[in-house]
Design a binder for this molecule. Sequence first.
Ligand SMILES: Nc1nc2c(ncn2[C@@H]2O[C@H](COP(=O)(O)OP(=O)(O)O)[C@@H](O)[C@H]2O)c(=O)[nH]1
Ligand SMILES: [Mg+2]
Length: 425
Amino acid sequence: MISLGNRVIMQTTPKSLRLHIGIFGRTNVGKSSFLNMLAGQDVAITSPVAGTTTDVVEKPTELLPLGPVVFLDTAGLLDVSLLGEKRLERTRRALDRSDVALVLAEPGVWEEAEQALVKELKEKKKPFIVIVNKSDLSPSAKEFSETLKSAGAQTLLCSSIIKDGREAFMNDLKRLLIQICPEDFLRPPALIGDLVPSGGLAVLVVPIDLQAPKGRLILPQVQTIRDALDNDAATLVVKEREYAHALQNLKNPPAVVVCDSQVIMKVVADTPKDVKCTTFSILFARFKGDLVELAQGAAHIDALKPHDKVLIAESCSHHAAEDDIGRVKIPRWLKQYVGGDLKVDHFAGRDYPANLKDYKLIIHCGSCMLTRGEMLFRIHQAREKGVPITNYGVAIAFVQGVLPRALSPFPAALSAFEKERLLCR
Ligand SMILES: Nc1nc2c(ncn2[C@@H]2O[C@H](COP(=O)(O)OP(=O)(O)O)[C@@H](O)[C@H]2O)c(=O)[nH]1
Ligand SMILES: [Mg+2]
């Protein structure tokens, strides 16, 4: 990828941002049934007679959190006798058009056709997942899938016709797709570049306290400075104590002020009302996830009642410090806000706990250890279960009463928050 400013990358993005997912495998392995299962409707014709799918069937759909995708259902590969040259050629072209591939296999069957397909995918640098279909027919399907996995393939076990375990399968499939899909498809919005016109100025307020690492800035601060530079903007970096004075010395007001969550109250107090102002956490909430959803989620803090269950979700299990933000500070602030006790659970792991629906709110960590795709996936899982989700930075601004101000650079998130807040009251 070209590592110039975001605008340059946008212009040079070669093709539609609809992820093309090709479905390949020998005839009769269940490709069309699999696509029907995904699509939840009969779009591709299936039949026990090999070679029913003659042309490539395209099924555009929305596969959240990936967004718009198109599945390509193909005829088999390599079975010249059954398919004829023309169909093989069409399948091969579908392979070239695919951004990622799903290789369907039957339990125990990994022969020349499958090996050649995988070889071709590797040569063409197409990421792929092997789906062991028809697992309902074979007790040794899991073993077979494990063997393929130990040979280095990403594999999933599937039955296209049995409904049991489908939700778990879809979760696993989405998670793997997010992992393997080319990064273009999950490209984040700018960090700060779109908030400052080129030639403009952003002021960054950075406390240098005991928690600040010796002799350097932390990565989110450095990334923000870099993104401003990439977008031809300037930054002024200042501590909170010198901030008001530095602001007075500017000829023109800055396009945006960004501060550490810890000092947001002071920074808001020192900033003229018409100057946009936010926190590093909120910049990263947008960069790493879906700020609109997280802002909406914060409105649900208003609806919390004593004894409600709140889930604090962490993406890594770190050693908790004495005044740990997730373990100590946020629970304390929430309880103060609600004016009573809350049942706050902590959870670190890949999937949410099974009883997710019991929670009135999820407060997610800043997800520094997660990719954007993984965070979008978690937001999506919460949305599917109807549980509001927000994150540390957004929740902190909320309980301190400055969230509308901290969302001032992001009108869509601000209006979603305000609408939701009316509903929550
Ligand atoms: N038991 C079982 N049968 C399946 C499964 N998937 C597909 N089939 C059956 O396998 C046959 C071939 O399926 P089809 O989707 O047309 O295969 P394709 O040629 O790869 O597109 C049909 O009779 C399907 O009902 C599965 O997961 N389990
Ligand atoms: Mg078919």
